[in-house]
Write a new protein. Sequence first.
Length: 254
Amino acid sequence: MASPKKRFGKRIFFSSFFLILLAAAAYYISDYYFRPKFIRYKEFGIDMPVNYSIHGIDVSRYQKDINWEDVRDMQVKKIRIGFAFIKATEGTDMTDSEFRDNMENAKAAGMKRGAYHFFVASRSGKAQAVHYLETVNLQKGDLPPVLDVETANGASVTDLQQRVADWLEIIEKKYKVKPVIYTNIDFYKVFLAGRFDDYPLWVAHYLQKERPRIDRSWLFWQHNDGGHVNGIRSTVDFNVFNGDSTAFQQLLLK
């Protein structure tokens, strides 16, 4: 006959075992019902500029977990998501918490991917470039590096332009291509026009039907920030590439 001590030990063992099973069941049930791959949308939920053949999105930690296979597979009429820009870094020391997972999982799903840096105009452009290079390892077949510059943070036009130039120069030296500049039309006119006109431009200009209203040439157009795509629970920014598939392939890193 088992002693009270042994019976007590068995009860503790089976209670612990039951709690472990319960926790595991809760995890798998939660995973089954709430993973992003079960998000489904009939439409993108926005007006899509249909005169472009290559569409894409850009994401950061705010989109949380992403099922990139679902992003890749979604198709509405003839439109599919063909590329994604992923936030990598910000300022001199911040790395997006979802960056590495997004880069790895997007590549595994066969998505063309790129990595962008959110520029803090009050900080050293050189230090921000170093932070980007320490974090990002773009590879053959990836999109060019991107500098997202859209706020002045109190910096003068002269200081902002010099810090932007420092970042671009260091990154261009590393990757042997001109980085893409992302900004909105008004910011470009006030802070960047005239000095960076020979850099490829990714312009944000929402709720336009055919193209952004900007005089200079542009490479990408962020036309909406409220779209939906399978595999992402929240809204997401939508973009188009200003060119055909041949031009897109030529843009990728060699």
